[in-house]
Design a protein around this ligand. Structure first.
Ligand SMILES: NC(=O)c1ccc[n+]([C@@H]2O[C@H](COP(=O)([O-])OP(=O)(O)OC[C@H]3O[C@@H](n4cnc5c(N)ncnc54)[C@H](O)[C@@H]3O)[C@@H](O)[C@H]2O)c1
Length: 451
């Protein structure tokens, strides 16, 4: 199929699937079960494992990881579920390739360190898998993102980045409000990743969180790999939780697109100070120079005239907040102070309403329908929806509601922001991964209560 036809058809298919109501959810006989595999069953992969095991319409046929400790945790969870033990692939960094050669799978979930995602996504597509769900960040360089897009097009397959914040309950209620015009025409949006990760980036090599100043070879879980990115890179290294919801609000790649980006970085102090506090001045890691600025601020311009401000803030003491602000000609939502103001509709002029009353009133149909199933799923239940969307897309043989163009566009903010900072905070052009199709593609995300 020609690239443009593929783009159009997948968009059309997703729209029609979203409009069709399915009454067969979760029901499947043994031979129609969706065959799934997971590469990477670390902290995040174990969550996905749990969600896949809960479903009667999924057969987990294989898992792969290189760490015995986490594989043992995975086995324990599988045994407890009463489901059949999947084949386990392990031993070395390329064991996943053997898994792809040997097992027939309808879909795969990738939850490994960022630097593996591109290779694993493309390897999965080359092996014939048509549905790949990758954890956030699909590549490191800009070229990686193009390679993933081209591979999805070449194999006529679906790559969904498992961006769970798009499904957060308040985020979806605000999407509902945006679509019903409560905020008027959107003008400016903010978001980001403002999360004190010091105890994630450093631990004692045994605990997942904290109790030490180790990283790299001596660190465990994300301290084993993520911290290296703070040593060698300076940019918005984790943009998708903030930008994903924003992109859905303003229909990026579906009638709108990012056209340019500019990033600024502060000095870097937080990680060094944390090491000294944990391990003292003489700790060997106290000599490490961290390239990542403590607060990286990125501005993005959109072709339809909106501005976006993203902040990456992971090295300093602070409570967690993604810092959303959605502002239009009629009013705005700010999630930090949990407030909404709508001109002529809020209780008092110039005064905030508590967001809750609005968010409850505009609760998204997906949450109204599936809130029972979200119980116990990670991050307040929103994790349920990414796996649900992936599996339902496979069952319905349609495009995933978040597609490879969304994945590439959101994730490419990292290398673009690095480039901007490297050039002395110059504005850089945003590539159009859709090749002009953004003008014709229609919104498909969360149009109904199906998935
Ligand atoms: N969406 C979210 O809310 C959310 C939350 C946490 C993490 N994440 C993302 O999930 C991904 C994984 O993060 P994590 O916290 O689980 O990290 P982790 O370090 O706990 O887990 C990664 C796992 O991948 C395994 N692995 C590494 N190389 C491998 C290889 N070559 N073959 C097979 N397995 C390999 C490791 O042994 C480890 O078990 C990252 O992309 C991270 O950003 C997303």
């Amino acid at each position: 199929m020609h690239r443009k036809d593929f783009l159009r058809n997948t968009g059309f298919a997703a729209a029609s699937l979203a409009l069709a109501s399915s009454n067969k959810l979760f029901a499947a006989s043994a031979d129609t079960k969706v065959k799934m595999g997971i590469i990477g069953v670390g902290q995040r992969g174990l969550n996905h494992l749990d969600l896949l095991l809960r479903r009667e319409d999924v057969e987990l046929v294989a898992i792969c990881d290189i760490d015995d400790r986490t594989l043992n945790s995975a086995k324990e969870i599988i045994n407890k579920s009463g489901k059949k033990m999947p084949e386990i692939f392990t031993g070395d960094n390329l064991a996943w390739k053997k898994m792809l050669e040997k097992k027939q799978m309808d879909g795969i979930v990738i939850a490994t360190p960022w630097e593996w995602h591109k290779e694993m996504i493309i390897g999965s597509l080359e092996s014939g898998i048509k549905y790949v769900g990758s954890e956030v960040i699909i590549g490191i360089s800009l070229e990686d993102h193009w390679e993933v897009v081209h591979a999805a097009e070449k194999y006529k397959a679906h790559v969904m980045m498992l961006e769970n914040v798009c499904y957060r309950r308040d985020v979806m209620a605000v999407l509902n409000m945006v679509r019903q015009g409560l905020f008027g025409e959107l003008i400016h949006l903010q978001g980001g990743y403002q999360h004190d990760l010091r105890e994630v980036k450093f631990n004692n090599g045994n605990d997942v969180y904290g109790h030490g100043a180790e990283f790299g070879e001596k660190g465990y879980s994300e301290a084993h790999w993520r911290t290296e990115h703070s040593v060698h890179r300076n940019g918005d290294l984790y943009p998708t939780h903030g930008v994903g919801p924003i992109a859905n609000y303003i229909n990026i790649n579906r009638g709108n697109r990012f056209i340019s980006l500019c990033s600024f970085s502060s000095k870097a102090r937080g990680l060094h100070n944390h090491i000294v506090k944990q391990g003292g001045e003489s700790h060997p890691n106290a000599k490490v120079n961290f390239k990542l600025g403590d607060v990286v601020t990125t501005s993005i311009n959109c072709v339809n005239g909106e501005t976006i401000l993203l902040q990456h803030d992971t090295n300093l003491p602070r409570p967690y907040s993604l810092g959303f602000r959605v502002q239009g000609t009629e009013g705005l939502w700010m999630d930090v102070n949990k407030s909404i103001y709508i001109q002529d509709k809020s209780a008092k002029a110039h005064q905030w309403d508590e967001a809750k009353q609005w968010l409850d009133k505009y609760d998204h149909p997906l949450w109204q329908r599936w809130s029972k199933e979200t119980a116990g799923a990670g991050h307040g239940g929103m994790d349920f929806f990414v796996i649900h969307a992936l599996v339902e897309s496979i069952k319905n043989k349609t495009a995933t509601p978040l597609d490879v163009y969304d994945a590439a566009t959101w994730s490419a903010i990292s290398p673009l922001s690095e480039k901007s900072i490297d050039l002395g905070c110059q504005t850089v052009e945003f590539p159009d991964f859709t090749g002009g199709q953004w003008m014709y593609r229609k919104p498909v995300f969360a149009l109904t209560d199906t998935y």
